[in-house]
Design a protein around this ligand. Sequence first.
Ligand SMILES: [Zn+2]
Length: 648
Amino acid sequence: MLRKRQVHLDFHTSEHVPVGDKFSKEQFQSALKAGHVDSITVFSKCHHGWSYHPTKANKMHPNLKFDLLGAQLEACKEINVKAPVYISAGYDEKDFLKHPEWRCVVSPNKEGQAEYENEVHFHLLCFNTGYLDVLCSQIEEVMQNYNPCGIFLDIISPKICYCESCKRDMKALGMDIENEKDREAFSQIVFNKYLEATNNAVRKYSEETTIFHNQGHIPKGDYRFIEKNTHLELESLPTGGWGYDHFPLSAAYVRTLKDVEFLGMTGKFHHSWGEFGGFKHPNALIYEAALSIMNGAGCSVGDQLHPLCEMNMATYNLIGKAYSMVEEKEPWLIDAKNTADIAVLSAEAITGDRDVKADTGANRMLLECNYLYDFIDEAAALEKYKLLILPDVEGISEKMTEKVKAFLKNGGKVIASAGSIVKNNEFILDFGSEYIGENELTPTYLIPHYEVVNGVTEYLMRADFNKFKVNSGEVIASVQNPYFNRTLEHFCSHAHTPNNPDEIFPGAVINGNVAYIGWNIFTAYANHGHLCFKELFKAITEKMLSDEKTVTAEIPDKAVVTLCRQEKEKRSILHLLYAHTTVRGKGTEVIEDTVPLYNVSCAVKYEKQPGRVALQPQNEELKFEYVNGFVSFTVPRVDIHAMVVIED
Ligand SMILES: [Zn+2]
């Protein structure tokens, strides 16, 4: 089983600074103990290209005088801390300078350059060169000499490359370097070659060693990549560019994959990797660790070791505050499976675009409405869900369309938006409406036929809209157009043209098990965040789920709610998490002071009268009622994270 209290100990060290002079086994061990750490990823080779142990396959860091890796591994073994080994794969700055022919040329106009052209930074190497063989020999050497429990290979992803070797091999395969599709296809060929070769280098020596290839994102629906890893590590530093909503989205997908264990990887830094001396507030790390465990993940905290190799005790005391909490809660985390009412068919899985906004917007709405949800790809089974969301984007396969139809036939419900169910100018599902076409005027105005906080009026919709005709069903929202588009020919006022009340047509409809929203509401919510988008989504979802909704908690939109089941222990665990973020500096969202929530009422759909309801690990029993299949109780205090355990 994957350990739940891990540290990723970054150690990228220039040849211009001293290394290792202050390493002490006892100091290393006491830091790990203070941090309640049970696994730490240590370094064989860093982005600068240096090894931290004697080597024939590479060069040892010129200022290192002993086997640092060996000493760290021994220190860990003595105190039963696991220690996977990191090997930089994508970057090797030493070899980038020594072997220009191995350079990844990411742009035809920038020969010899790589990512971060305008910055002082590491440069990428191309796996379609002799570099791949060298990398594999470095992996083999580590396997032979240290037989580590895991190998972590870093910063790799399919890269379009214009190096001589890529140009030559594309030509040999009959591919055209001028053609974008060919370039993409070839980058995937090279990437597969890398995955295959590096995995073989590990497997040649051990079947047990874990393998993870890090690309900073788990691409949804891409099994060519996913299956090459023994487990997944979801790199997601909330203050390092990923934001606080990225991890819940990534976890909501990864936990649907069969038999895949995973970690949520955050950092101890104020911002991100490489930040010597950067610290976040302990409340932030407690929040981030709790967010991991309540989403079915173990935890990993990124740290950067000082070149002299003395572990920073302020860092490990900080980590200890979060990991002592995780350690106490572990009995309720083992084999706990997340429950979900709703599945979202990931727009990324359909389009292959990892920056697709439809997923971001859907995830935010679901989080803010405190629904229980998963993100899925087309391979997932739908039966366990009550409601399926098809967000915005076109391109669902024929096979998936048939799956959706069968799901509806068996009583499942579907909310579709914009182009998600449009093919060849027709709806692919039969729900009593006819597709007309894309609306030419923008922005539109929504008139709700449901309760909203500001009352019924015309609400601005900064979103694309598909027109449709309703033959049967309940129109839940109507639309008005503006008088005209804002163009060079004419405009009105500062922003956009007001609504024209003369014409009104359907904007969203519910008919039986299908709801359709004409706007690309999820993409628009990610871009603009208007409340009226979420109110529309929530009104429809509440109607569709009705009394099938598993959890209702009177808790703010910023709170996160999940429910897990430990089948063996015959108990369910309700997780409630709450902290507010504040923007500091240039847009960094931080957590510092926290405000507890008091007397949170909750209702959980439960098959039978529970034997006991208690807050854990404090073992504080809660009074509860069991009426009409719902167990209800009040949580007296949520101080960042609370765990209510309902026993059968
Ligand atoms: Zn290349």
